[in-house]
Design a protein around this ligand. Structure first.
Ligand SMILES: [Zn+2]
Length: 204
């Protein structure tokens, strides 16, 4: 079926997307990056994302950058947009070491026809309310120096022998500074509150 909007002027569309202050990318139907706007690069540079420039993402699959826990959540979101051709919205946190930031993510059918356009807009930005935790570094980093962090609230997991569900998670701003080896997962709180449909996958 030909999409009525498929005649869009590609160059003009990309020019407009590059002017946006939202981080915007486009994906083909297999969820491979076909375009990242200039704000993507600005955001990556401002947040220590060395080597994450948009040009380097082209051809890569979005799902490969997601944790295993989150993959089914986004797979079903894209499937919903594919089937309904309606926009899908999701709020998420992406704090820096000094600021609490909430973004609105909108997945829409691509105006170019096949595939998707994904728009991430900053909707709330304020200083952190959570008190930073002053645990020692070696409370968090494993033998390889890797920290386990929640991909949603960005709290770090204290190394404990207990199961994930009983683990202690703390806000450690220093873990968001510079480049660190981080294993992104979801803490039990975020998992159960924000992704309840995935709760059956929570067994670790
Ligand atoms: Zn969390």
């Amino acid at each position: 079926m030909a999409h009525p909007s498929a005649k869009v002027d590609r160059r003009r569309l990309r020019r407009n997307l590059n002017r946006s202050t939202s981080v915007i990318y486009m994906l083909d139907d297999e969820l491979r990056f076909t375009f990242c706007n200039q704000e993507w690069d600005r955001f990556a540079a401002a947040n220590g994302g060395v080597g994450l420039e948009g040009a380097g993402q082209l051809g890569r699959c979005l799902l490969d950058s997601l944790s295993e826990q989150l993959r089914p959540f986004f797979q079903s979101a894209f499937q919903e947009v594919r089937e309904t051709r309606q926009n899908w919205e999701h709020r998420y946190e992406c704090p820096s070491s000094t600021l609490q930031r909430t973004f609105l993510m909108v997945i829409a059918p691509s105006p170019e026809g096949e595939g998707f356009i994904v728009v991430n807009s900053l909707i709330v930005e304020r200083p952190h309310e959570a008190k930073p935790c002053s645990h020692l570094e070696n409370n968090y980093a494993d033998a390889e120096g890797k920290i386990t962090m929640c991909g949603r609230c960005r709290k770090s997991r204290v190394l404990t022998p207990e199961t994930d569900a009983e683990a202690e998670w703390n806000w450690v701003p220093a873990h968001l500074e510079g480049r660190r080896a981080i294993n992104h997962v979801l803490c039990a709180t975020c998992f159960n509150i924000y992704y309840p449909n995935l709760a059956t996958h929570w067994s670790a």
